[in-house]
Design a protein around this ligand. Sequence first.
Ligand code: PMT
Length: 403
Amino acid sequence: MLKGKHIILGITGSIAAYKAAYIIRGLVKKGAEVQVVITPSGKEFITPITLSALSSNPVISDFFSNRDGTWHSHVDLGLWADAMLVAPATASTIGKMANGIADNMLVTTYLSCKAPVFVAPAMDLDMFAHPTTQQNLERLRSFGNQIIEPATGELASHLVGKGRMEEPDKIIAVLEDFFERGTLLKGRKVLITAGPTYEKIDPVRFIGNYSSGKMGFALAEACAVSGAEVALVTGPVSLQIHHPNIRRVDVESAAEMHQACQEIFPTVDAAILCAAVADYRLDNPAKEKIKREKSGDLLLHLIPNPDIAASLGKVKKDNQVLVGFALETNDEFQHAAEKMERKNLDFIVLNSLRDTGAGFRCNTNKVSILMKNGERTDYPLKSKQEVADDIVKQLGSILNARI
Ligand code: PMT
């Protein structure tokens, strides 16, 4: 999977910089071409001579060559790359990347890079746990960068905790997995719904729910990274998409989401319905703001919304795959299985609000996948990106088995 791939390896000033030598050796052995970009403090930890000997390429650190004044083009480098890996990534470089502080060749290259970026942090446990570092990492994640979590163990300070850069073979496996995934949904079209729906009460109020869109957006990114062309129909959320192969369709109400899905579904190979769609709406939203009465209750008359999943399940063709979610609070597996049956889904992803860190708003989720044939896989608590990867793997294996 790495054969012929162009990898930029960014090295920063950490004791873990020696591991970069093993990363280069591993990547080159697997047929990748590696171009090292090192920060000035990175050179205090490992010499460019070692790195250039291992990569068979000159190591870039400065904007200009001191010898002949040639300009090192971070733009060309950014366009050349199939992936950029920053390993080890110090708290300082992570902060610069997250905030666009382009005062060295590594960060300018990062800002010019169109390829996927992987970041392997390495630092002391308290630095890693600090809210600033965590916020910066979260910001990088929100840009679509993949963070390769550090391991727990003895650190340079001799303290024991989370902050050790992941081992070179594991980092290389992440890159291999990424390039392998790029073929999983190649040439496929996928419809994804995300976020909440808002059902108008009057011009200033609505009925909504707690969905942030994070799970659906992670699915859209994961499908796109796996080679699919994605149509993402989303309710009102404050998230952004990153991958160029995602077309975003913004809607507000369940009726609008239903209409968009009905139009798009006949053109796709698969749909993943992750949106938290309101099951009811007002039959007659007020044209003007409803005024508070001096006494008495306000009664709203609600009528059912269309069930988008069930309506797509009715028109689903044999070569299409329909995936739903079930958000439950009790009798989870029974309710999920009933929904899968009723909506004619190929599989359903169950998440329960009884599990800490699962469901709405958080960055993690804990899911079980239930298949039509009764098979069931329970996953541990993971980031929503990782959960999305698991779902995409399942989808890819069904689609590819049908060829
Ligand atoms: O957005 P986040 O904050 O990241 O939270 C993620 C999530 C909790 C919203 C997500 O993981 C999730 O569970 N989404 C489905 C929520 C839901 O509405 O579940 P449900 O059990 O009520 O619906 C079952 C299925 O039918 C879902 O696929 C839903 O999209 C679909 N449905 C429901 C009602 C409706 N009128 N039309 C539908 O298509």
